[in-house]
Design a binder for this molecule. Structure first.
Ligand code: AMP
Length: 503
């Protein structure tokens, strides 16, 4: 695989260059290559006889995450990145659904895998149990799965998007060729590895011989530490959600002076507000700002556009841009007819970036994946239109939302709220006063309980939810009602509930 060959070449030609930097720890290209070879040999030993089983890698942004990812694919196994922010019960569902046979716990935190027979190893055990180099014959092949990222699913269970080596290579080649990045640059990694936005920096960085500079969630939560770290980073390529940049922009110190080498800002994962793009162009006059768009199912991003002052002037809502050259993006109506320019419909993505589907979920896969003119295609569920070759994304056709860059299905959250022993029925409503979702509100009909005060009930429900859902999926506000409104045809009347809870 070209990506792995490129990393190997960097390990030979620039062995001492830092490939990965996180929490004050660095990993050179030589260390990354040799350690991942040892990890691969060790993974092969542990997983003999299970050629297809994925490896679950649990941690945050430790250098051993990258070693484990590469070790897995060099051993011919896909990996599943699982961030430490994911609660244990959700991880159990991921283990169950994926059939993962090995868990590399790089976090140093305890993780209870319940009754699952999955073998757990620490990075130290992993590295002491194998000898490199490993033959490239074992590497994951073009059509095999490279990674599996679990996203929110409407049935209450996360679903695993399988991304092949070919999908990923096509993506990494596009970023390296079509964006003004060059070689040997320092990239920001802000997104946890369980979120595919992280792929936008990790692999283009490694393919182009750059250094990945991770800012951990601890740093993100402490602006002083974050800014100190950014100042030291020397970063050239900024990749994040627009929300993260928006938070940084609240501090007047977030300027070219803080990041004098920042030349490219790349955004994906949610709508880029005009105000964010405008402020960045003003504060970083040397830099270029790109808006990109795509779902995990089509490997991170499939459109892009440089946001210039002219683009801002011409558009109230920014476009998501032009297709990646090997992709075809269509707008279709509900019957699957292709719509002409300017007409609004569902955004359909087709081409080599599209995943083969959800692991172990043929029905869910058939619902949204199909073939279009011989190419794999995916129904995004996003509303949009095309004009002069540019795509405009106008939000969702269903209940999937984005909150601070995190993708989630309201139905999944509702499913878990309704499971609570204190809840008879519930609806989750996004609070979005100006278009973007600011937080979630749960409207609840409570079951019998012994709490005197509503806040006690809320905290009991939140406590239960925390065992299933990551913190970012737990509603912030809880409102108690005596019944849930229905429409005339018996559906939950979300509109009416929304109007009531939002007054
Ligand atoms: P994820 O799979 O987490 O990357 O989420 C994919 C979804 O995020 C897409 O289907 C869109 O709804 C939304 N999204 C991603 N990028 C953009 C963008 N640039 N503008 C608007 N929405 C976006």
């Amino acid at each position: 695989m070209k990506l792995l060959n490129a990393i190997q070449k960097h390990a030979e030609l620039q062995p001492q260059t830092a490939a990965f930097h996180s929490q004050g720890r660095s990993l050179t290209y030589q260390e990354l290559w040799e350690s991942s070879d040892r990890a691969a040999a060790s993974i092969q030993k542990s997983m003999a006889g299970q050629p297809e089983a994925p490896v679950l890698v649990y941690g945050h942004m430790e250098p051993e995450m990258a070693v484990s990812f590469l070790g897995s694919v060099k051993a011919g196994h896909p990996y599943i990145p699982v961030d430490t922010s994911i609660p244990a019960d959700r991880i159990l569902k991921i283990i169950e659904n994926s059939g993962a046979e090995l868990l590399i716990n790089v976090s140093g935190l305890p993780l209870d895998t319940g009754s699952h027979l999955i073998k757990t190893v620490s990075p130290e055990e992993l590295l002491s149990n194998g000898e490199g180099p490993i033959s490239r014959d074992h590497w994951v092949k073009e059509h095999e799965t490279f990674y599996i990222i679990y996203t929110s699913g409407s049935t209450g269970n996360p679903k695993g998007v399988q991304i092949s080596a070919r999908n990923l290579q096509s993506f990494a080649d596009w970023i390296c060729a079509d964006f003004p990045i060059g070689e040997g640059k320092t990239f920001l990694n802000q997104a946890p590895f369980s979120f595919d936005l992280s792929v936008m920096d990790l692999y283009p960085c490694l393919q182009s011989g750059g250094t990945l500079h991770c800012v951990t969630k601890d740093a993100v939560n402490k602006p002083k530490i974050l800014f100190e770290e950014l100042k030291q980073s020397g970063l050239n390529v900024w990749t994040s959600t627009p929300s993260f940049a928006q938070v940084c922009l609240m501090d007047p110190a977030f300027t070219e002076e803080l990041l004098p080498e920042a030349k490219v800002f790349m955004f994906c994962g949610e709508a880029l507000p005009t105000s964010v793009a405008q402020a960045l162009l003003e504060r970083f006059p040397q830099a270029k700002v790109f808006n990109t768009y795509g779902p995990t199912e089509a490997t991170v991003a499939v459109t892009s556009v440089e946001i210039t002052p002219e683009v801002i002037e011409q558009n109230e809502f920014l476009p998501v841009g032009f297709e990646k050259p090997d992709m075809d993006i269509l707008i279709m109506d509900e019957q699957g007819n292709k719509l002409p320019d300017g007409e609004k419909g569902e955004i359909i993505i087709s081409g080599p970036s599209v995943s083969k589907g959800y692991l172990g979920e043929p029905e869910l896969t058939d619902n949204v994946f199909f073939f279009h003119e011989g190419q794999p295609a995916y129904r995004t569920g996003d509303a949009g239109y095309k004009e002069n070759g540019q795509i405009f994304c106008q939000g969702r056709l269903d209940f999937q939302i984005k909150l601070h860059g995190y993708r989630m299905e309201l139905e999944e959250i509702e499913f878990h709220v309704r499971q609570s022993q204190y809840v008879r029925s519930a609806v989750v409503i996004p609070y979005q006063p100006n278009g973007a979702v600011e937080y979630l509100i749960a409207a609840i009909v409570p079951d019998d309980h012994e709490f005197q005060k509503e806040f006690q009930l809320t905290s009991a429900i939140k406590k239960e939810l925390a065992t299933f859902l990551p913190a970012y999926m737990i509603p912030r506000k809880f409102i108690y009602q005596d019944h849930i409104h229905m429409t005339a045809n018996g559906k939950i009347d979300r509109k009416r509930i929304g109007e009531e809870v939002l007054v």
